[in-house]
Unconditional design. Structure first.
Length: 148
């Protein structure tokens, strides 16, 4: 009888652990669908790159950045909308490899993006590999589907 109690207790504990892990994964994703808008390789000197986006990629409420292959120091970010209006978004953040920024809200309602201008530099790493910075956008359809 005592052994059965231990088995049941272990099963309940395992289910609780699986539920916690699943909740953490859903909280990180936030139930939102992010669309990758593009990526750029970052050199070890201060670098300025332009990431063309265009109307065909849709309309977005927010963007976020993430680094692959190494750490990147983001110095400045500027979004140019389809109508030509610029939006300077202060980032000033060091992105470790695999890290994403918090969502960076875009000005106004869902906007079409023409291009994203980034000023950044790679931080030294053990592999001497140049990291890659990618930009993701929270599409208009993703937010609308959450509201219903």
């Amino acid at each position: 009888m005592m052994r059965l109690l231990h088995v049941v207790s272990a099963l309940v504990g395992a289910l609780a652990l699986v539920g916690t892990i699943a909740n953490d994964a859903m909280a990180q994703r936030g139930g939102e669908d992010w669309v990758e808008l593009g990526c750029k390789e970052v050199s070890f000197r201060v670098d300025r790159d332009v990431l063309p986006v265009g109307r065909q990629d849709g309309r977005f409420y927010a963007i976020r950045l993430y680094a692959r292959g190494g750490a990147v120091e983001m110095l400045n970010l500027r979004v140019i909308y389809a109508n030509g209006d610029p939006d300077n978004i202060p980032v000033r953040h060091i992105l470790d490899r695999g890290e994403r920024t918090r969502p960076l809200d875009l000005r106004g309602r869902a906007r079409s993006i023409n291009r994203i201008e980034m000023i950044y530099r790679a931080l030294p790493n053990r592999r001497d590999r140049e990291p890659i910075v990618c930009v993701e956008g929270l599409a208009r359809d993703a937010r609308n589907s959450r509201e219903y």
